[in-house]
Design a protein around this ligand. Structure first.
Ligand code: UDP
Ligand code: MG
Length: 316
């Protein structure tokens, strides 16, 4: 039987380009040997995107639409899309054709070779500001330093995932999910395809600076507790300051009530910061616990019956 590939597309106010996206993808999927379904998740668009998509869903059997009650954000839209797939694998892509459909062919090829995740790595990005490219590049590098997961550089959410990876993502019930971090975190056999990211087919980016900042900080907060420990590092400044000051007043014999007062203040600030750091440390542990991630994940099982295996992989 031919495999079924689901394509998940989050949509937010894309009326100018969405019809073109639908037509291009239908045209592309018709030429492939696999079967495809398109799952559009409308993330509370205020324009005519929903009308265009509902029309397409009525007309074409392989187009589905998940409509949100309001704007929940790109990452939640992707998460919802993954809950509604019926494919053997899923590809997540922007609804503005910045991620070229042809790349899906190479992703599917790698999937058939046995990879569970094939992410798109951007070699070149057209039509995006120098500021966006520079901040994105800075973010990926900072993220890697702060978090303990090895997220590949310069990758977005454009990627193919096997359905067993999707089952695992469905178990992560985090608020404000950072999907690309989660995909790295679950592990499995991952590889990349390099591609050239195009300009959007129409309209403006739906990621203003505020949303970009939220995405970046959500990413760091859900995969790193190091910022909570910054207080410990800052504590060193008044501590070292007070010691230097103390040595100076002793060496120059310039003791006075004020000078000792300064030492006491500096030392207590340092003590307060260390205490804050300890609180942060414990809070970090609570956060990890509250996130309720499973402690291990099985990639495959051998020697089981097929239906049992499917059930186990889904529920491990
Ligand atoms: N998007 C969304 N909800 C949002 C913002 C964006 O569903 O709150 C969608 C948007 O329609 C697009 C994708 O997420 O399909 C990525 O957004 P965009 O193309 O604006 O980001 P960029 O490519 O500029 O980083
Ligand atoms: Mg885009």
């Amino acid at each position: 039987m031919k495999p079924l590939i689901s394509i998940v597309l989050p949509v937010f106010n894309e009326e100018e380009g969405i019809q073109d996206t639908i037509d291009t993808l239908l045209n592309f999927t018709e030429q492939q040997e696999e079967n495809f379904e398109l799952i559009f998740v409308d993330d509370g668009s205020k324009d005519h995107s929903v009308e265009i998509l509902s029309h397409a869903a009525d007309y074409y059997e392989n187009i589905k639409l998940v409509e949100f009650s309001r704007n929940f954000g790109h990452q939640n839209a992707i998460t919802a899309g993954l809950d509604y797939i019926s494919g053997d694998a899923v590809v997540v892509m922007d609804a503005d054709l910045q991620d070229p459909p042809e790349v899906i062919t190479s992703m599917v090829k790698k999937w058939k070779e046995g990879y569970d995740v094939v992410y798109g790595k951007r070699a070149q990005r057209d039509g995006e500001s120098v500021f966006k490219k520079a901040t994105a590049s800075m973010f990926y590098r900072t993220f890697r330093k702060l978090s303990s997961i090895d997220m590949p550089l310069d990758t977005g959410d454009f990627r193919l995932m096997d359905k067993k990876v999707v089952y695992q993502l469905q178990q992560l019930k985090e608020y404000d999910p950072f999907v690309r971090g989660q995909v790295t975190w679950v592990g499995f056999k991952q590889t990349s395809v390099v591609y050239h990211r195009h300009e959007r087919n129409a309209g403006e980016t739906k990621y203003p600076l505020s949303k970009m900042l939220k995405l970046a900080t959500d990413g760091i907060k859900s995969f790193s507790i190091k910022p909570l420990l910054f207080a410990n590092i800052f504590a060193a400044i008044p501590f070292v300051g007070s010691i230097i000051y103390l040595i100076t007043i002793i060496a120059t014999s310039s003791y006075s009530a004020e000078s000792f007062g300064i030492v006491v203040i500096l030392l207590s600030i340092s003590l307060m910061l260390v205490t804050l750091g300890i609180v942060g440390d414990y809070m970090g542990r609570i956060l990890n616990q509250v996130n309720k991630r499973p402690r291990y994940i099985v990639r495959d099982l051998k020697g089981f019956q097929q239906n049992e295996k499917v059930y186990k992989l889904k529920n491990n």
